[in-house]
Design a protein around this ligand. Structure first.
Ligand code: URA
Length: 286
């Protein structure tokens, strides 16, 4: 971005604040990259998360491979071919249904082509926690911190979610599992579109069937409406007991929507209701 002489004269911290106000939330580098000229990068391993279903988290995904480059496959990184057909919910459904393990489901997401969020995201944020947990928490989509680390709920709202979980004896390393409806961050944390949700829905449904939790907890309005097929907002859905059904499940699972921790960080007055809902969840586990 070219700076005016006035901006050039600003102290660096003021300039940084100005960038943040404009919506910049990533420090990428001094020199812009022409991603169309970049050859597919080798996977850069980062520290593995708890039980993500894969040996190593995804590395930075090259947005577009030169034409003629190999398409991404079940074991490769997400690397949409230039000119790939847009993903459809039917293709997504077939990919998700074929996955017989969490590792295969992750590979299926990595192999999904023609999904623009994969191009703008840094990492696939698959999920983490234990299999057959007491509770599976499902948020909306990764934010900037999650996108950087390839792990769900690790920013400010994730820290609050961890505290909320601990208050009823849950921990992602012991008896809980956390993921999102969308495994890639929408740019600038914008809301996911209906089309994006439709593509990701077969994957999250299969994710639930493979994780086999005792209870599903949609975190926030988007997750609650999507998973429970409801039109009402989270204010009306929170704390109520629903059933989550899927042909891949032997029987429906109880589901209790919870306020999103990002909302609770902005509206501390609602924490009493969230506490009540956590107690409902605890009661069901017991
Ligand atoms: N908000 C979400 O819904 N999910 C995350 O992983 C982080 C923030």
């Amino acid at each position: 971005m070219d700076l005016t002489p006035e901006q050039n004269a600003m102290p660096p911290e003021v300039l940084l604040e100005w960038y943040v106000e404009l919506g910049a939330d990533e420090a990428i580098g001094d020199v812009e990259t022409n991603w169309f000229a970049v050859s597919p990068a080798a996977a850069v391993p980062v520290a593995p998360a708890v039980n993500t279903g894969a040996p190593a988290p995804a590395a930075r995904q090259a947005p577009a491979a030169p034409s003629g480059a190999p398409a991404s496959g079940a074991t490769g990184q997400a690397r949409p071919r230039s000119g790939a057909e847009p993903a459809t919910d039917i293709a997504a459904g077939a990919l998700a249904a074929a996955a017989q393990s969490l590792g295969e489901l992750r590979a299926a997401l990595e192999g999904l082509e023609g999904f623009p969020l994969k191009v703008t995201a840094t990492n696939l944020v698959f999920g983490e926690g234990v299999e057959t947990p007491d509770v599976m928490f499902i948020g909306e989509a990764p934010g900037a911190d999650e996108d950087r680390q390839g792990r769900p709920f690790v920013g400010a709202s994730g820290r609050l979610l961890d505290r909320m979980m601990r208050s009823i004896g849950l921990d992602r390393a012991e008896n809980a599992y956390i993921t999102n409806i969308l495994p890639w961050r929408p740019p600038g944390n914008r809301e996911p579109t209906a089309a994006e949700i439709a593509i990701c829905l077969p994957f999250i449904r299969r994710h639930i069937a493979l994780v086999r939790p005792r209870i599903v907890v949609p975190v926030g309005g988007t997750a609650a409406k999507t998973l429970l097929d409801q039109r009402q907002g989270i204010m009306r859905l929170r704390g109520r007991r629903f059933e989550f059904s899927d042909p891949d499940l032997e029987q429906p699972l109880p589901a209790v929507p919870l306020f999103h921790p990002a909302f609770l960080l902005r509206s501390a007055g609602q924490k009493a209701l969230a506490w009540r809902d956590l107690l409902t969840i605890k009661q069901i586990i017991q």
